[in-house]
Design a protein around this ligand. Sequence first.
Ligand SMILES: NC(=O)c1ccc[n+]([C@@H]2O[C@H](COP(=O)([O-])OP(=O)(O)OC[C@H]3O[C@@H](n4cnc5c(N)ncnc54)[C@H](O)[C@@H]3O)[C@@H](O)[C@H]2O)c1
Length: 393
Amino acid sequence: MKLAILGSGFISRFYADSLVAQRRKDTIVSVYSRSEVNAKKFAEDYHVPHYTTSIKECVEHKDVDAVIIGLSNDLHLESILACAAAGKHVLCTKPLGRNAEEAWQMLQAVEKANVVGGYLEDLCYTPKFLKSLASIKSGAIGEVIWAKSRETHPGPHSDWFWDKAKSGGGAMVDLGCHCIEISRNFIGKNIRPVEVMCWADTRVHPIDAEDNAIGLVKYENGAIGQFEVSWSFRGGMDLRDEVMGTEGTIWLNNFLRTGFEMFTSGKGGDYIAEKAESNTGWLFPVGDEVNELGYNHMFTDMFDAIDKKREPAETFYDGYIVNAIIDAAYTSAKTKKWEPVQIKDWRGKFEAKANKQYTDFDENFYLIKEEVLPSGEKKIIIKNKKTGSIEIR
Ligand SMILES: NC(=O)c1ccc[n+]([C@@H]2O[C@H](COP(=O)([O-])OP(=O)(O)OC[C@H]3O[C@@H](n4cnc5c(N)ncnc54)[C@H](O)[C@@H]3O)[C@@H](O)[C@H]2O)c1
């Protein structure tokens, strides 16, 4: 695959690290940055033969098969429209739009142009996530009834994130998009998200957008997706997920405690991990950030999808649904009520029901709970199927 990258900032460099460091057959052939100095530096660092300060020139470059977008949120729509017009496959970073209306226009554009629209939701490609999802799909934890995802850190690294007009919002649109899509995968992407209840507030920074938020997303089958996001969390970047199923549980700690702990007096290297706030004392480095954040698996899926003319695991449609959920969350934060998720074109299941299967104790009773107490006594709690009375055996 011959690739163009729009942007030369933080995420574009992460993407390039994944593409170049792993000796892929895929190569970056053109890079765009509004700053010629940055475009040239990026091109030198990653051995890219062509650089430009024109989005159009980069996208239309004759060798380019697919375009990767790593620009600020306000530039996603314009860039995607340019890719669709040029008939190029397009892979866009998260969040897809600043709101669902923008994401909808992007989805329409790629579908009309018949090009692949891949949603670069890396946290749905981490090795731990992929293994968890496979276990859930094989039935290892039964039916998922609650999936919680948390992303909190001390706040982003560039001016535009903090400007609501450019970013579309605060921690919720920036970090909530990851959490929502993680929970959505665990609960089942074909289950319709129906309504959202959200608290959001600006607690610490002098900005218009929220720097802290918690939300509940209710799915049609009764499952709950919970997101917790913050731009004021101190101590690094906390990425954790918890999934509760009828037959089991999954806990994931993706970043702050990966099993790698190090103490240093401060001599030596500076960089520890994304958003780490300290480089002395006890530290929690991440072995291979590019891999542990999912970038390698994500690009493999995206390029395979383009080659094989199939959909990637994360598509523009997913990005649109995530934006629709976030829009409902913003409305709920204002009204303090459950707010419906407005979806123009639902492509999943209709009327998904909870899969309630009670365990029989015998033909007359359901088993509610069985437990051995410290005394060794075994308690069995049962419910009479006819009368509804609860009894103990
Ligand atoms: N895990 C992830 O998937 C992840 C992580 C970080 C950022 N992101 C996303 O990547 C995108 C970029 O974020 P970043 O962290 O790289 O930010 P950044 O500020 O480091 O880079 C932004 C890029 O956009 C360019 N840009 C900004 N304003 C511009 C303008 N007006 N005209 C032309 N170019 C402009 C900058 O020059 C730079 O190349 C955002 O959508 C962000 O949400 C995704």
